[in-house]
Design a protein around this ligand. Sequence first.
Ligand code: MIG
Length: 762
Amino acid sequence: MTKKLERGKDNEQERRYQEYRMKQNNIVIDAITSRILRIHSAEMQKDEVCETVSFAIEENMPKEEIKVSEDGKTGRREWKTDDLTVLMDRQGRLSIYNQEDVLLCADYAGNRKQEQTLSEEELEQLRMEGHDAQSEKEALSFCVTKALYGDETIYGLGDKTGFLNKMGYDYMMWNSDNPEPHVENQTFKALYKSIPFFIVVRDACVYGIFLDNTYRSYLDMGYESSQYYYFGAAGGTLDYYFISGDTIAEVIKGYTMLTGRAPLPQMWTLGYQQSRWSYESEEEVLALAEKFREYGIPCDAIHLDIDYMERFKVFTVDQKKFPDMKKLSDKLADMGIKLVTIIDPGTKIEEGYDVYEEGVQKNFFAKDEEGNIYQNVVWPGDSVYPDFTSEKVREWWGNLTKRLTLQGVRGIWNDMNEPASFCGPLPDDVVFAGDGKERQHKEVHNIYGHLMAKATYEGLKRNDGRRPYVITRACYSGTQKYSTAWTGDNQSLWAHLQMSIPQLLNLGMSGMPMVGTDIGGFGANATPELFSRWIEASCFAPLFRNHSAKDTRRQEPWRFGEETLEVSRKYIALRYKFLPYLYDLCYEETQTGMPLLRSLVMHYQQDKNVRECNDEYLVGDKILMAPVVQQGMRARMVYLPEGTWVDYWTKERITGGRYILREAPLDVCPMYIKGDSILPVYAPMQSIEPENITKLTLEYYPADGREASYTHYQDNGVDFDYQQGKYNLYQFICCQDKPQEMQTVMLHEGYRKYQEICVECR
Ligand code: MIG
């Protein structure tokens, strides 16, 4: 037992602390499963007006029995499921144990030691020199402090800058469009996405915590003190989930059971996509498509950035630049290329513009505290913001996508949905009326992009019937159900190429598997070498898109000369070759929440060498990529985890559990296949047309003579028929007596539910 707390009379911090402790005495713990607990404050239940709506958890969750008991004498309370025991001491501190009585996680026993804040005068001096000096942190309406034991590494937290291990940094959840180069320093506590979920790996255990709160939130991962980490929010009440499991995979499975999983994508969306701010005319787009075919570079999509619209008015098309979008999309379709268009939330204020007028008439836009429609400035100039917290608005917006899909557009790219604004931030008290339940901007901000993506997904699904293709910049927990995401405005910097790996891996460990960065970098100018290394490093990024900003060096694969063109061709072809593997991983993700790109720690949790590995990743569990992300490097150190690995390029077998040195000339991205794996590959293609795919080749990588097996998933790659059982599952087994390194199998023509087909690779 810790010593009794002394009550400092006029100590505000102390008072808040006591208040929090008292609240903690009112906490309710529900069991979702025997390994997932919801820990929330009791007030939420008493308050009947404020029903507990979660924007991340939309389905009714199961509840499992939890046994509560209280010791009248000691005041200790205990909650018990089949797997977990939670003890609460008299001070309201929780300790969570597993079945073996291992302490997994406990509230910190001491007080927080907040750093002294500077005086206003000192702050003013700093500001004069141009520092972004901020006064004291804002008051939190609750704060949970958990003990650190020194052996933790922490993962997740969405798209935050920096490295794989989040330990030692503090973060803020407040969706932010910040044009400065994204770096790991303290300026970048917040980025575009708010995914308040993290995984703590310790030597003896692993668990995850999901703070389900949409207000500005703070998550300090041992920055303030090495003794504890804490999380809290500027609004709302205490409500978080504790997710335990034996492995990181199980924690992710639990988290994605709560917040949902990315549905199967249309297969073509796994292809290479070319974007630029902006391809500005029909002729330019056609010429671009033809170039790809001329150079023999596979390509499945071209993206149209904001300039395709008529003066940035959403759901319009500039008739001068694109006189016949339908004809254009038909021509592109003949070449196997799809059009994707950007849509921002900011709606132009203009008389006679029907989207604006209808929205005004139906009360669909957010308002200021006096009840006037709230305006700010974005690309269209004076603009208003649709209230996506209202289902009616979402339905309206979703149906507006028909204007584009009827012209052949096959995907919607949602930008600026933090929401971003040019004329200062939206005030905290802007009102979102919802469907009767009013909310202020400070509560809605972090879910604005999430709800916009939801509106878009549902609209596309209703009206088009194919699996919706949405890309979004802003996210909240659960956005993976509706959308893929990109990491926003990176720059053509080596530091950003380096960061792309931990960013994508942490997004994956935050439940968002379908992600990518702007290949080549968005802002600034790429060099041929940087571009080459970027396309190598992103070769298996689920969202495989090259994008760049206006006024920067053009970034199409042929813009940098012959050598870069060759590298691009090689790695884009490699991507298409392994498409069936990627698509199988998408299927696996729908079952387990496991992302396609995985940090090494996910599969080799006990290996301390991989807990902070920032420059390698696994694709599924069978491919290991070790891209070169340093300028000038022509060799690199590669860590291979335990087991036998086969060098993809030389076919050399290498024993893992150690570092090796690998030569890596500009056209080589070190790549290893886990020994005794079977991998499915497709024949070369220029674009993905699942209906034309009739065969599959199995590549076998023998190593230690273990039996190899592989499960392959096949469906039409387009619509939702698979939900009616129209898919095939193949089981391939390799027999060891006379293994063959390659084998081609014919795929079935129709889709019948679950077939176990054994093909012997020999
Ligand atoms: O204020 O639409 O992140 O991908 O090209 C910039 C123009 C707005 C930001 C996006 C970027 C896009 C750009 N947009």
